[in-house]
Design a protein around this ligand. Structure first.
Ligand code: FE2
Length: 291
């Protein structure tokens, strides 16, 4: 049963993104924020040192990152550390993101990630067997929340042919001051221009192909100033980014990426994100959830 109207499908194909306001009510937003607080407060972070950065020179692909596909792992803000390797604040105020298996390992995140409405949207947009491959809880902390440089999601979640669709929900109202998303409408027509992958399957090292950075044209970029609970749907080749959070307000978001598992679509063994063989990707079942 379709979820999107023909006009919404047309908007997505023309622009490379689509906004659906009030996709989640206040109750879901608060539940997820409370859940993440509880996850952080009970986690043992003593030996967690990995920082997450989208700046190419600083991007590190250690084993903790590369084996996080079906784990709940914690990645710090670059600016959360002092010169003598101390956190500047309590962990909940220093984390950049948590990933990449919340959707399979935590019941609250599982409920929203396998929502039948998401499966219906994926099918409306051309997928046949929608499978979430990763989830992220992104903090964008006040004052220290780092920028996410311009990129295409298909660089990181690559299939042949490309099928990835991104779903992104703010859990606070987003403004230009607290680091809302920006998108370049129509940029998806140029296709995915670069891949981030393991140097070989099973190897704990990554590379970009081609190696040279892409110089993105951000002409015409528009800010997506969204209310909490809005759904932003992102095409695999859409050029998008977000600035630092220069405000005193938090800007949390939850995001999942869904690929098509239909016959004929290949999820390469050298994608950075892999699952243990005993836990293959799961399809979002068709259902009669609150459509
Ligand atoms: Fe993205």
């Amino acid at each position: 049963m379709p979820y999107l109207s023909p006009e919404q499908v047309e908007f997505y194909h023309k622009n490379g993104f689509l906004l659906i306001e009030d996709f989640w009510g206040e109750g879901v937003v608060e539940t997820l924020k409370n859940r993440i607080e509880s996850i952080v407060s009970t986690a043992d972070l003593t030996n967690v040192k990995t920082v997450f950065s989208t700046k190419e020179q600083a991007r590190r692909s250690d084993e903790y990152f590369l084996t996080s596909g079906r784990e709940i792992r914690f990645f710090w803000e670059e600016k959360a550390w002092t010169a003598d390797q101390q956190l500047i604040d309590a962990p909940i105020n220093c984390i950049n993101k948590i990933g990449h298996g919340l959707h399979d390992l935590d019941s609250e995140f599982e409920k929203v990630s396998y929502d039948a409405r998401i499966g219906a949207i994926c099918r409306d947009l051309g997928q046949q067997k929608p499978q979430p491959v990763q989830s992220m809880y992104i903090f964008k902390q006040p004052k220290i929340g780092g920028e996410v440089c311009a990129h295409q999601d298909g660089t990181f979640l690559y299939t042949e042919p490309q099928t990835c669709i991104g779903f992104w929900w703010p859990l606070h109202d987003c403004t230009k001051e607290n680091g809302c998303l920006w998108a370049v409408p129509g940029s998806h027509f140029d296709g995915v221009r670069r891949r981030f992958r393991r140097v070989a399957p099973e190897i704990m090292a990554t590379e970009f192909e081609p190696k040279e950075p892409v110089v993105w044209s951000l002409d015409g970029a528009v800010p997506l100033e969204t209310k909490k609970g809005t759904l932003v749907i992102i095409h695999t080749a859409l050029v998008h980014y977000s600035a630092e959070n220069s405000s005193a307000n938090p800007r949390h978001a939850y995001s999942i990426h869904v690929v098509d598992g239909r016959e004929g679509v290949v999820y390469p063994a050298d994608n950075w994100l892999q699952r243990p063989v005993e836990h293959p990707f799961r399809e979002i079942e068709e259902g009669a959830a609150d459509m």
